[in-house]
Design a protein. Sequence first.
Length: 256
Amino acid sequence: MLKRLLYLPALRGYQLDDPGIFEVEKRIIRSKPFLREIYTEWYGLISKHLPPGDGSVLEIGSGAGFLEEFIPGLILSDVQYRQGISTVFNAQQLPFACQKLRAIVMCNVLHHIPSAGSFLKEAARCVREDGCVLMVEPWVTNWSSFVYRRLHHEPFDPETSDWNFPANGPLSSANGALPWILFHRDRDRFAREYPEWSIEDIRPIMPFRYLLSGGVSRRSLVPVGAFQFFRGVDHMLSRWPRIFPMFAFIRLARQR
């Protein structure tokens, strides 16, 4: 009952993999100040850690976001077309020349890629030496496991031994636990299979604010004026990285 009451009317009638949902979600993000502040924080974190120098920066899964406001010349891409997207492709096959890119960036996208290994190999081919992949992704903690399993629609399976999952749809296919599996639980395997990449930074973040924002599908539970207060709460609770955070900022560095 509570889920139905909080669900945003603008999304009724849309299926999760409907290409038209991007424009609706774009309007929602811009109309919810608390949620927009969250995206602004994520985008600032990503742009701050870009490597210096020349070279294009590619965003995979640009969707309804606005990261281009933080990174001039950003290449916007997605697996489905929407207005403003530069190129459409599957992340498991990148249409770029070898060492063409300075960085690849993404928010809440890796856990939707059915074969993360194929993406990592393609990214290693396309990203220059000393380049990087930067992402914000769901993370596995005591609190997040409860939230993602009970209150979120996407699959979340930290116990699976398989890094791949069926490609049923661009948004409906997922394992929200995949980033944690790749870069934490199976870190030794990752290092063996993808020596081109070094895990330079994993920063668990944001225990409560995204949940309070309602995300892109539900109404905000708190006003934007409370953002800084809950930012302080999140910062305090992130001191227990195995218990509270729901997301992580991850930086992979391309080895020479």
